[in-house]
Ligand binder design. Structure first.
Ligand code: NOJ
Length: 554
């Protein structure tokens, strides 16, 4: 696989590294057990203080920080243009932007366009009577003639997607909780109000948005029934089950692309703003979210590495398939962890977490890290009493997203330096050994590796925006690829196995080890016979071949 299109370095969201903060769990500055914006401000130097001591990230994406009854921990917004008092105020936010920008850190907010909270004033008006001017801002329907639900759509959190409203005698649609009614984006007033929300934050200096379930904001105009994956023979219980249906009509409609183009136009009214989208679909449909000419999202999230079986062939297959399908104007991106999934390290183990880090930070595509990933934070076991996530309550504890939303581990002190009181979710039991303080002092910790990798990526434009080429090797357990820009070439070789491997590199001109995941200052010269230790990844600076070409031509 070869991707030679080299993208210019001028756009920060191509060359930079994004860091996701789940605000409730990052840093609590006021001792209420929940993280807040002042806490983030105090930790900005950890993220980027301009020196090699800090992590060196370029942008923070915040999961929602707006007023919300917190039925879905902020993904149920009751006011799009304010800050939840739990997290601070608009003043704290302005201070955050100023402090972040001073450190060359960009701020990306979470835009939740598919649904509001059921306590949003728009919905309160909408449900107050059938005649209310905002009635049509949401999706209301009568029951079918036989009294049954308007259609067979299910909620992603289980059960039907329809909730009966006694007072006005109709159902409303909610693709998630009944506390999250879906907005009607076919109504021009809704669209205008939501585009104005974007402008409100852009004016305040926000650098971009991550857009929650953006592919769901348009539904089939006739709200047709979804077909079932297994034919029609599902029990009535399962009939509304989200996972049993083919989501042909409740999301990913062709018309959504017109709306996203309008959103992009708003972003483009301001220089250098980025639109990132939560888009889960299969490759051919996912790619459409870049827009036919790159006029939609700059970065539809690529979640494939979170789910791929963790072996060299599957990981390489996923990268190559995606790179191969991307049009030249489109820029790729990679994610290993987020607030909706179990932490990857708990699946692949510590040794492979170092391979994952090197992979993420050397591929061609914008990396997004999730807070604590750089420390190797694991899932926290959650018992019935400590469970908070509505998805866990509705679908069963194994679906709870709490384990990966655990408080950040800053120090070995009580409550891990995250708070002075019991945090809202339990701390991981290993916080005394695994935390920022301990790992900062350890030159070979995972944190030290992340810092080093981010630093290298910053110093070497070839690793940021250079071309990508897979190298075929003699071991099925290794993924080897090359990055190149202006004749600066790097070879990345990743051993996905727990045994040492003797690799033969075809037509390799020689080079020198730049960085090993072992961080043991191995600067060995490498010929075409490369020995990788177990679970080792290396970045090799390939010998400059310009000179040789020059000789030949001369
Ligand atoms: C996707 C978000 O990432 C998730 O946390 C949330 O529950 C749903 N969308 C609903 O907003």
């Amino acid at each position: 696989m070869q991707k030679t299109a080299v993208i210019k370095n001028e756009e920060w969201w191509k060359s930079g590294v994004i860091y996701q903060i789940y605000p409730r769990s990052f840093m609590d500055s006021n001792g209420d057990g929940v993280g807040d914006l002042q806490g983030v401000i105090e930790k900005l130097d950890y993220l980027n203080d301009g020196t090699e001591r800090s992590l060196g990230i370029d942008a923070i994406w915040f999961s929602p920080i707006f007023p919300s009854p917190m039925a879905d921990f902020g993904y149920d917004v009751s006011d799009y243009c304010d800050i939840h008092p739990l997290f601070g105020s608009l003043d704290t936010f302005d201070k955050l932007i100023a402090e972040a920008h001073r450190r060359a850190i960009k701020i990306i907010l979470d835009f939740v366009p598919n649904h509001t909270s059921n306590l949003h004033p728009w919905f309160l008006e909408s449900r107050s009577s059938r005649q209310n001017p905002k009635r049509d801002w949401y999706i209301w329907r009568d029951p079918k003639a036989d009294g049954s639900l308007p259609n067979n759509w299910g909620s992603a959190f289980g059960g039907p997607a329809w909730e009966w409203d006694e007072q006005t005698g109709q159902y409303y649609l909610h693709s998630f909780l009944k506390e999250q009614p879906d907005l009607n984006w076919r109504n021009p007033q809704v669209k205008k109000a939501m585009l104005d929300v974007l402008r409100f934050w852009l004016e305040r200096g926000v650098d971009g948005f991550r857009m929650d379930v953006i592919g769901m904001i348009m539904k089939d105009a006739d709200l047709r029934d979804n077909p079932f994956l297994m034919g029609d023979t599902v029990s009535s219980d399962a009939a509304n089950s989200y996972s049993q249906q083919k989501h042909l009509f409740d999301q990913d409609q062709d018309e959504v692309h017109n709306v996203i183009r309008e959103i992009r136009k708003v972003l483009d009214e301001y220089p250098q703003r980025v639109g990132i989208g939560e888009v889960w679909y299969e490759l051919p449909r996912w790619i459409k979210y870049y827009g036919a000419n790159g006029d939609e999202l700059q970065l539809p999230f690529n979640f494939r590495l979170m789910h791929v079986p963790w072996n060299a062939r599957a990981v390489q297959g996923s990268v190559d398939e995606m790179e191969g399908a991307l049009p030249d104007f489109a820029w790729s991106n990679y994610v290993l962890n987020n607030h909706d999934s179990p932490r990857l390290i708990s699946k692949i183990g510590e040794a492979q977490a170092r391979i994952a880090a090197m992979l993420l930070l050397t591929l061609r595509g914008t990396p997004t890290l999730y807070y604590g990933e750089e420390l190797g934070m694991e899932n926290t076991m959650i018992n019935k009493d400590s469970m908070r996530d509505p998805q866990g309550f509705r679908l069963g504890r194994e679906y709870s997203r709490d384990p990966g939303r655990n408080p950040m581990q800053w120090t070995g002190d009580r409550y891990a330096g995250f708070s002075t009181v019991e945090p809202w979710l339990p701390l991981a039991p290993d916080y005394q050994e695994r935390n920022v303080q301990v790992e900062s002092k350890d030159p070979v910790s995972l944190l030290s590796l992340y810092r080093k990798l981010i630093q290298l990526r910053k110093q070497q434009p070839a690793l940021q925006v250079g071309s990508y080429r897979t190298i075929q090797v003699n071991s099925p357990d290794c993924f080897v690829f090359e990055r190149e820009l202006d004749n600066n070439r790097f070879l990345i070789a990743l051993n996905f196995s727990a045994i040492a491997i003797d690799l033969q590199l075809p037509k390799f001109p020689g080079g020198k080890i730049f960085l090993s995941t072992y961080l043991d200052k191995n600067e060995a010269l490498v010929s075409n016979d490369l020995k990788l230790r177990e679970n080792e990844g290396v970045i090799i600076k390939i010998e400059n071949t310009l000179h040789n070409h020059g000789m030949k031509n001369g």
